[in-house]
Design a protein around this ligand. Structure first.
Ligand code: SAM
Length: 239
C-alpha cells in the first residue's frame, strides 16, 4: 500500500474530496442496487460478464484485480467469482457504498478500501487488471485526468485498464432522460465526456481500444500502458 505522495498521510487526501458528493453517495447506497435493478435489470449482468470476459487474463491464473469507484461491489464480485484465488480490491470514497459491498462479499480474498479515485494508495504496477465501471463521467475535470494517470501507474506493464461508460441512447425520449441524469448526477462536462471519443484516454495511454457492450447501452474502453497486441484483440466489437 502506498501513502499519498504529496500529503504524507493517506487519509489527508480524503479532505480534498467534496464531502457533499460522498454524503450523496452514502445516502444513495441504501437504494442503489434497487435503482440499478429497476432500470437495468436485464442488462447489468450481461454488461458485467462482458467486462470480465474482455479482461482476457486467461493465461494468468491469479490476476490481481482493482475496481475503482466500486460502488456496491457488483463488478468486483463478478471478478472474484471468475478468479476465486485472485486478490480482488474494491475502492470507493463512499463508506455507505463500501458497507453494502462488504455485506454481500463472498470471497475471502476480496478487500474494500475507502479512498479517492485521484489518489490510489497502491505501489506502481500492483495490478494486472484495473476496472472502473460507469463512474468516470462523474469525476470533475482534473480529478478524472488524475484518476486515469493513477490507473496507469498502478497497472503492470502487460495489464489492462478497462473503463465501462454509458453509451448515448438513440431514442429521443430516452436521450432526454439520459441527458438530465448526466446533468444531475454527473460532472459539469459529463455529457461532453460521454459523447466524446477516445481523446481523454489517448492523452494518458498509448494503446486505447473501444468496444460496444452486447446490450449496446455501454461502451468499454480498454487501455494499455504499452502497445501490446493480445490474442483475441481483433475479436467482435472492436471499433
Ligand atoms: C454510478 S456509481 C457506479 C458504481 C459501480 N462502479 C457500478 O458500476 O455499479 C459511482 C461510484 O463512484 C464513486 N465515486 C464517485 N466519485 C469518486 C471519487 N472521486 N473517488 C472514489 N469513488 C468515487 C461513488 O461513491 C459511487 O459508488
Amino acid at each position: 500500500m502506498r501513502k499519498h505522495r504529496e500529503g504524507g498521510k493517506f487519509f489527508a487526501t480524503m479532505s480534498n474530496v467534496r464531502t457533499g458528493r460522498r454524503n450523496y453517495y452514502n445516502v444513495f447506497s441504501y437504494v442503489y442496487d434497487a435503482f440499478i435493478n429497476l432500470h437495468a435489470r436485464r442488462y447489468a449482468g450481461d454488461t458485467r460478464n462482458f467486462l470480465v470476459e474482455m479482461a482476457n487474463q486467461e493465461e494468468k491464473s491469479n490476476p490481481r484485480i482493482l475496481d475503482i469507484c466500486c460502488g456496491t461491489g457488483a463488478v468486483i464480485a463478478a471478478f472474484a467469482n471468475r478468479y476465486p484465488e485472485s486478490v480482488t480490491v474494491g475502492y470507493d470514497f463512499s463508506r455507505g457504498m463500501l458497507g453494502k459491498a462488504r455485506n454481500k462479499q463472498e470471497s475471502r480474498k476480496t478487500i474494500f478500501i475507502e479512498g479517492d479515485a485521484a489518489f490510489l494508495p497502491f505501489a506502481d504496477e500492483s495490478f494486472d487488471i484495473v476496472t472502473c465501471s460507469h463512474a468516470l463521467y462523474e469525476l470533475k475535470g482534473p480529478t478524472r485526468q488524475t484518476a486515469l494517470q493513477e490507473m496507469k501507474r498502478v497497472i503492470c506493464s502487460n495489464g489492462s485498464v478497462l473503463l465501462m461508460e454509458h453509451e448515448v441512447p438513440h431514442h429521443p425520449l430516452i436521450k432526454i432522460l439520459f441527458n438530465i441524469r448526466m446533468m444531475t448526477m454527473g460532472s459539469a462536462d459529463a455529457i461532453e465526456f460521454v459523447k466524446g471519443g477516445l481523446v481523454p484516454f489517448r492523452r494518458i495511454f498509448p494503446d486505447v481500444s473501444r468496444y460496444s457492450s452486447p446490450t449496446g447501452k455501454s461502451k468499454l474502453i480498454v487501455c494499455r500502458k504499452h502497445g501490446i497486441i493480445q490474442e483475441g484483440e481483433t475479436s467482435k466489437n472492436k471499433q
